[in-house]
Design a binder for this molecule. Structure first.
Ligand code: SF4
Length: 178
């Protein structure tokens, strides 16, 4: 149902179009963040109301890394951002370091991880021990909230969001059978 690799034809087309606009840095993406969550947003739990996780999310992480590397090889003149790094959690910095050092991406984009732990990268660069209680566990509560028209935020660990009335609403949605 979900192939392990994709044609880069559309990426090449996108690259040509963006060059016309004069841009030199790009973010790669595969499939749709609205319909194929596990492909573009690897996580331990998918958005409430979507399909069952079809396999190990690390396969999706590897697919994103390898696709970005292939695109980078096709266009060495461009600065390509790697994405899909939240699922590795504590190992995000190690994998990112390897990808950058081996030239598979120009830089790494951090998404959900910064919702409750925006200083993670500063901690890594300063050589500090990571704050494990602030690391994103890819539970998808933040995305489920936005899909159900609630304010998005880290409802798993951030007391700011967990103390909001909308947290109860989100809990009901998560406990429902839909
Ligand atoms: S709710 Fe928090 S832990 Fe869960 S995916 Fe979002 S940012 Fe990560």
């Amino acid at each position: 149902m979900f192939p392990s690799s994709y044609s880069l034809t559309s990426l090449s087309s996108a690259s040509r179009g963006s060059n016309i606009a004069g841009s030199s840095s790009y973010s790669t993406s595969i499939k749709s963040a609205y319909y194929t969550y596990h492909v573009i947003r690897p996580g331990s739990i998918l958005v409430k109301g979507s399909y069952s996780l079809p396999g190990d999310p690390l396969v999706s992480v590897a697919r994103l890394i390898n696709t970005t590397a292939r695109f980078k090889k096709m266009h060495p003149e461009l600065i390509i951002m790697g994405s899909g790094y939240s699922y590795p959690q504590e190992w995000l910095p190690n994998i990112a370091q390897h990808v950058i050092r081996s030239g598979k991406a120009g830089f790494i984009g951090i998404g959900r991880m910064v919702l409750y732990y925006p200083e993670m990268i500063a901690d890594v660069l300063a050589g500090k021990t990571l704050k494990r209680n602030k690391i994103c566990r890819t539970c998808s509560r933040c995305t489920t909230a936005s899909r159900y028209r609630l304010v998005s935020g880290c409802y798993l660990t951030d007391d700011f969001y967990r103390s909001r009335p909308k947290y109860k609403e989100l809990t009901k949605i998560l406990q429902s059978t839909i």
